[in-house]
Write a protein that binds this ligand. Structure first.
Ligand code: ZN
Length: 311
């Protein structure tokens, strides 16, 4: 038997959000080397500031400056930092109670070694060389060693209002295809569509799942399917996004291959989006890497009853 296929996969996008009045003020202050907190109804100062008081639900009044020094309340050592973390070398994640605050803020402490970290350690803010109005304007915290952070910080600079933030999100992992999926992928390379039939209910699944979701039994009988099928449902994509390979508007459809009992999603090209309809007969257009898209065959539409069960 052939070995299952493996490939590295990466999903990434930029999460963009507006900050709202409280966090806009907090981020704008960071660009000016000031850390702000909010006083709650119970008198406690929260840093970072809350947007709505956890006690009374009201938005905070005037924000108050805290830090730039603080005390480590709890910590955990990070011996091998991951890509994108605040420091490239070993560091501590710590809950830091800034002077003037009653709550803690999670940030990195550049202590040099785990032996230098302890609860109660006095730390000060190390500002990033260039600041843009982001939590990363605080590069990290570092042990005080008798230096007064307030004196070293110098005068705060004027900065424009920061009203939004972009957080890059990235997930990188190794995907191992199941034996059935591996056979399906190898088939695509040869321009063949391979599914599997359930020995109990007789349903044909493509791509194969390895088991029948209805009967819970392994599916082992391999079935080769033609590259023709029927559009059961579809949507017209009108939204542009980074990395898009087809210019909108275009159609993404559920295509039920002839002989299959479950539809799969693919592109419908080769006609105007307005011409795509339920029951449209389509055929795969192959490329070197598999199916490029499906296009109309010109046959009469399939009768509704022939695919109604698969909607
Ligand atoms: Zn079954």
């Amino acid at each position: 038997m052939d070995h299952p296929l493996r490939a590295p996969l990466e999903i990434e996008f930029d999460y963009t959000r507006s900050l709202g009045p409280v966090l806009s003020e907090f981020m704008t202050a960071l660009a000016g080397r000031r850390i702000l907190g909010a006083r709650g109804a119970d008198g406690r100062v929260h840093a970072p500031p809350f947007e709505y008081d956890p006690v009374g639900s009201a938005p905070p009044g005037e924000l108050t400056e805290v830090g730039p020094e603080g005390t480590v309340v709890s910590w955990s050592w990070m011996p091998e930092p991951l890509e994108g973390q605040p420091l490239a070398g070993p560091f501590a994640w710590a809950l830091i109670r800034l002077d003037g605050a009653d709550t803690t803020m999670l940030h990195a402490v550049d202590a040099g070694s785990a032996a230098a970290m302890r609860t109660g350690l006095r730390v000060r803010t190390r500002w990033a060389a260039s600041r843009v109005g982001s939590i990363r304007d605080i590069a990290c915290f570092e042990p005080c060693h008798g230096v007064n952070a307030a004196e070293e910080a110098g005068a705060a600079e004027e900065a424009g209002a920061v009203t939004g933030t972009i957080t890059p999100v990235r997930l990188s992992y190794m995907h191992t295809a199941s034996p059935g999926e591996s056979a399906y992928l190898r088939g695509l390379a040869d321009h063949r569509l391979l599914g599997q039939r359930c020995g109990v209910c007789g349903h044909v699944y493509v791509p194969p799942r390895g088991t029948c979701p209805a009967d819970g039994v392994p599916t082992q009988e391999e079935v080769e399917l033609p590259d023709t099928g029927t559009v059961t449902t579809f949507c017209v994509v009108n939204v542009a996004y980074p990395g898009q390979r087809v210019t909108p508007p275009y159609v993404a459809a559920a295509v039920l291959l002839d002989g299959a009992d479950i539809a799969f999603q693919h592109l419908i090209l080769g006609c105007e989006p307005s011409e795509v309809r339920m029951g449209l007969r389509v055929r795969a257009v192959w490329s070197d890497s598999g199916i490029s898209h499906f296009a109309p065959t010109g046959e009469p539409d399939a009768a509704y009853e022939t695919y109604a069960r698969d909607l």
